[in-house]
Design a protein around this ligand. Structure first.
Ligand code: ATP
Ligand code: ATP
Ligand code: MG
Ligand code: MG
Lengths: 223, 223
């Protein structure tokens, strides 16, 4: 599970500061599937980045599986991202020199799985998103939606306890989008904690609970 | 206007070739707004790239404003992209070292407008997509949907006769997406030829005509 307690995130903006997140409190419990919606620029990706520890909160607390991790806990964050957190980034962040299979297998290898086991788990994850036949392609030879599905497979592989998905279906047709949200819902039912940012109300309808961000402030049931 | 006549596009795939486009014929007339839909991987971005001359067709003819432009007509394609074609790329392709305003102004400066005129037109285009206050930000300090709107503004600026938009609303909430499709529809009514790739049937419903790509083949009314 994960929790934000009164988390704020301020960016410098010229000689002012601007709050991308403003005193946000949110909890995603084990087995729960939470959707986060809100206008463009409202702070959704910032919320995901703070939960993944790739951007430091400027106030408040972030807890992963009950452990509070601050901006200075670099090692703990690296370990958490390696073992406990799967992320689909809005910009995907696939490695261009690796094949789809190698991209998906990498987190497992970093987590200690041997190459054969990692490759076999990665192949299964790619099959789950309909990309089995494209395992050996590099990202720049894949369509936008195929790249997005590789990023989804990479987040799902290894059944991490926390799954953060930042708009995982933006480039997908409705059939492929439904496959993705079904996989996320299955993860929650199997005991994961899943947070999905989406603009698509049909995707959000699969969640147990929907919260909204607006100008960095969260509305909806916090826990 | 623009036209594809029996256009094919083959990629090498290991020791085979695969058709991303298969004998596609399509015409977008002056003043017409055409939507292109289809599953992930069906060839939609390839169609846009061939119409913009950034990928060469392997068979068939591409005509921009009545002039047939082949893969070897490099200068003619460069001139067409500078003067006649505005493109929203699926991957956006914004320049990271330039501000939003500079990114939007660049096509105008390349087209011969002086700096002041280009900046003023760019500012108006950013205002049209709700980003007037973010004109001086660089892309990496913008949200995903804000970046997408900068790319839309850049394609709209200068009222080019052909507008190609490859999934221009994938990262936008429904209100911002509606603003974008309204701007595209306005361009067509003002005499542009507009082709929009989308997965969103509500966006597609604004078009005069919807065609579908499936495994590289086009169905629907070709002209
Ligand atoms: N450089 C390449 N080499 C080999 N195959 C490619 C290359 N680029 C694209 N493809 C393949 O061509 C097909 C069409 O790709 P395209 O990007 O046009 O699809 P699309 O309809 O835009 O998909 P999406 O909706 O996911 O963006 C896909 O199956 C893709 O894997
Ligand atoms: N490095 C930065 N410096 C300054 N402002 C930033 C920076 N990164 C993001 N912002 C601003 O913070 C706000 C929130 O950004 P964020 O990316 O979280 O929005 P979002 O809700 O994910 O939007 P979208 O739906 O468009 O992806 C935006 O207004 C954005 O311009
Ligand atoms: Mg975002
Ligand atoms: Mg595409």
């Amino acid at each position: 599970a994960c929790e934000l307690r009164q988390v704020s995130m301020h960016y410098p903006d010229g000689d002012e500061t601007r709050a991308a997140l403003d005193a946000v409190s949110l909890r995603v419990a084990v087995g729960e599937f939470v959707a986060v919606m809100g206008p463009s620029g409202s702070g959704k990706s910032t919320l995901v980045h703070v939960l993944a520890g790739v951007e430091p909160a400027t106030a408040g607390e972030v807890a992963i599986r009950g452990e509070v991790l601050g901006p200075q806990d670099r090692r703990a964050w690296i370990r958490a991202r390696r073992k406990d957190i799967g992320v689909v980034y809005q910009r995907l962040n696939l490695l261009p020199t690796l094949s789809a299979l190698e991209n998906v297998a990498l987190p497992l290898e970093l987590d200690g799985f041997n190459r054969r086991a990692a490759a076999s788990m990665a192949a299964a994850a790619l099959a789950d998103v309909g990309l089995a036949s494209l395992a050996h392609r590099r990202p720049d030879h894949l369509s936008g939606g195929q790249q997005q599905r590789v990023a989804v497979a990479r987040a799902l592989v290894g059944e991490r306890s926390l799954l953060l998905a930042d708009e995982p279906s933006g480039a997908l047709d409705s059939a492929a989008a439904e496959d993705v949200v079904r996989l996320l819902a299955d993860r929650a039912r199997a005991g994961g904690a899943v947070l999905m940012v989406t603009h698509d109300s049909r995707m959000a309808s699969w969640a147990d609970r929907i919260v909204e961000l607006r100008d960095g402030r969260l509305t909806g049931v916090a826990a």
